[in-house]
Design a protein around this ligand. Structure first.
Ligand code: HEC
Length: 185
């Protein structure tokens, strides 16, 4: 049965060959000739099995290799993303999403206004009611301190009043990039 079906296939291909436009008669002939020896070679039962097994085995090997490569390379790509320069535009969006519940650039709310905070001495926005802890802080906000502050405010100034942090390092970097740009740095 199989062999009949296959030879019919070959016959159909061979028969259809002449219908290929006359401008490329060679191409048509090549297709028909190329296919029929292939069918003949695979019509024996044992070569079919072996060839199939070989193909399946090499596909499995290929898939395994790809998965291993993917697992090995994914931390690299993640780290590359973390090393990417801060994106102040994305930082602005994140600031509006995460910080504006308590801060704005130019008005004091539950937290002090933040325009100019980069390069400003901590706890010194005029007229804002800081915690005693932040008022007593004696440093100027820079990349490293803002990074630490947004990770865990308590690690910078224990007993401060800002009960919030940003767990994602990429987000922290972008927000700091935005604070920096909006402070004129
Ligand atoms: C739940 C309210 C709240 C949220 C949300 C919040 N903050 Fe604050 N933030 C405060 C308060 C209150 C203070 C003043 C802390 C003190 O006096 O101890 C403060 C202080 C600060 C300071 C120090 C300012 C200075 O003049 O020394 C910085 C910098 C800061 N916040 C950045 C941010 C950023 C960036 C975000 C968003 C990722 C954010 N905060 C989200 C409430 C908040």
């Amino acid at each position: 049965m199989k062999r009949t079906a296959q030879s019919e296939g070959v016959l159909t291909l061979a028969r259809s060959a002449p219908t290929i436009p006359e401008s490329s008669p060679k191409g048509g002939t090549t297709v028909a000739q190329g296919v029929s020896p292939g069918y003949t070679a695979r019509s024996g039962p044992s070569p079919v099995g072996t060839a199939h097994l070989r193909v399946v085995r090499s596909l499995i090997t290929l898939a395994t290799t790809l998965v291993i490569l993917w697992i090995l390379l994914s931390p690299l790509t993640t780290r590359a993303a973390a090393d990417a320069p801060p994106d102040p535009t994305r930082g602005k969006q994140l600031f509006e999403k995460r910080c504006t519940g308590c801060h704005s650039l130019d008005a004091d709310k539950e937290g002090p206004h933040l325009r100019g905070v980069y390069g400003r001495k901590a706890g010194t926005a005029p007229g804002f009611g800081y915690s005693d802890a932040l008022k007593a802080a004696n440093f100027t906000w820079n990349d490293a301190l803002l990074e630490k502050w947004l990770t865990d405010t308590e690690s910078v100034v224990p007993d401060n009043n800002m009960d919030f942090h940003v767990p994602n390092p990429d987000e922290r970097a972008d927000i700091i990039g935005y604070l920096k740009v909006s402070s004129g740095h």
